[in-house]
Ligand binder design. Structure first.
Ligand code: C2O
Ligand code: CU
Length: 454
């Protein structure tokens, strides 16, 4: 048999196309759609969403199962999906130019991976994230424990912050330099699961599991409840060592919290979820309370079963790195390296860059560090800017090391203005992993680096 060049190309193209063409794999189609984000007297909003909806379909799987989805791109732009917070094989991480090529309009990509951690995760576009996520390309990915805690309702609540025009359309000021250099793209309309308010009814004394996900481009949300009381059971998909009594909770962009709350309002009252904005409570959810489902609330919940994250290990022998965060409005940055060339601040701004990590704006050729697989890594993040940043590491969960001990496992940590914080993790997932600010305008504006686990 003579294999011609043409035949070879056709054969290898067929091999590449084969998984994507499998009809039995459920589709996740990124496409334009419309959503009723705003009140009824305003038009529907044109969005981009998975399945044309915002949020996209909730994916719910038992721990240990596989998530298999064929991304079909029906957008006018290239796209990818990042499975935020999942410790998955690098090739499934969805970072264009680092772990895969962006999927062109009309193209497809097969995502297929096992989930090893039970918890609240989410998925979102990772190409032109500052535009595509702002248009609605995200959804919840819930991984259920083998024995979930008792709850009468298990509800994912994806919070978003939209910048809408007077006729309820998405303001197309994506990636505006002013937003980029300041607090990111802040909106004027908050939604819960794509609605202005989450509504429903619930019996008194019911136990609710509320899985809060902050899908906003940049808004840090402070949340509270009324007519309910309870615990924070997990953060960023990872169970706390003990459920913590719920007070106000801060969720930076991309962060999640699993709440276990009991409805304490009397029948006829309301159980409320609110956001604290400029000293005012903004109602995000209001549930009408009905006749009690049991005589008294349930006893306090047990600890959720831990996920199999390696303990921090050899801290004395850890690989250490300082990560200096610089730039932004009211910063002192005078320049940084972009694409291997040192540029002045003015030249950087001309290239749409205004932040730097260790003197480099945007993703460099070289990783910040290369860690041997299994090595403990400590990164000291020095926020030398006038802005808080929600620093996210792909493929791993880490702990902040504080004077009061080590913090909970997280994949995204809010580092306050002028704050220095050390994080530590075991680099046990081979591949190329991004470390970036999840205020996605900051990431696009330069706060993106990566590290390698070899
Ligand atoms: Cu949720 Cu690199 O992102
Ligand atoms: Cu930031």
């Amino acid at each position: 048999m003579r294999l011609t060049r043409r035949g070879f190309i056709a054969a290898s193209a067929a091999m590449l196309a084969a998984p994507g063409a499998r009809a039995d794999v459920p589709l996740l189609r990124a496409m334009p759609g419309a959503a009723r984000l705003a009140p009824d007297d305003l038009p529907e909003t044109s969005i981009w969403g998975y399945g044309g909806a915002v949020p996209g379909p909730e994916l719910r799987v038992p721990v240990g199962a596989r998530v298999t989805r064929r991304l079909a791109n029906a957008l006018p732009q290239a796209t990818t999906i990042h499975w935020h917070g999942l410790r998955l094989p690098n090739a499934m991480d969805g970072v264009p130019g680092l772990t895969q090529a962006a999927v062109p309009p009309g193209g497809e990509f097969l995502y297929d991976f096992a989930v090893q951690d039970a918890g609240t995760f989410w998925y979102h576009s990772h190409e032109r994230t500052w535009e595509q996520m702002a248009r609605g390309l995200y959804g919840a990915l819930i991984v259920e424990e083998a024995a979930p805690p008792q709850a009468d309702l298990d509800q994912a609540l994806i919070l978003d912050d939209w910048r809408l025009t007077a006729d309820a359309q998405i303001d197309e000021s994506f990636g505006a330099m002013h937003d980029m250099a300041h607090g990111g793209r802040l909106g004027n309309w908050l939604t819960v699961n794509g609605k202005g308010e989450w509504r429903g009814s619930v019996p008194a004394n019911a136990r609710l599991r509320l899985r809060l996900i902050n899908a906003a481009n940049a808004r840090i949300m402070t949340l509270g409840v009324k007519g309910m009381t309870g615990w924070v059971a997990a953060l960023d998909g990872m169970p706390l060592e003990a459920p913590a009594p719920l007070g106000r909770i801060t969720l930076a962009p991309a962060q999640r919290a699993d709440l276990l709350v009991d409805v304490t309002a009397a029948p006829g009252g309301e159980a409320i979820l609110f956001a604290q904005e400029r000293g005012e409570g903004l109602v995000l959810g209001a549930l009408t309370v009905g006749a009690p489902t049991r005589a008294a609330p349930l006893p306090p919940p047990d600890v959720l079963p831990p996920n199999p994250v390696a303990p921090l290990g050899d801290m004395a022998g850890a690989l250490r790195l300082d990560l200096r965060m610089e730039g932004g409005a009211m910063g002192a940055m005078t320049g940084a390296v972009l694409d291997g060339r040192p540029l002045s601040m003015q030249a950087l701004v001309g290239q749409g860059k205004v932040w730097a990590l260790n003197g480099v704006a945007g993703r460099a050729e070289a990783p910040l560090l290369t860690a041997a697989r299994g090595r403990t890594v400590v990164i000291r993040m020095i926020n030398d800017t006038a802005w808080p940043h929600a620093m996210h590491l792909h493929g791993h969960h880490f702990r902040a090391l504080g004077p009061g001990g080590t913090g909970p496992l997280r994949d995204t940590l809010l580092v306050d203005r002028r704050e220095t914080v050390e994080i530590a993790f075991v680099a046990d997932n081979p591949g190329k992993w991004l470390l970036h600010c999840h205020m996605v305008e900051h990431a696009a504006g330069g706060m993106t680096a990566w590290l390698e686990v070899a």
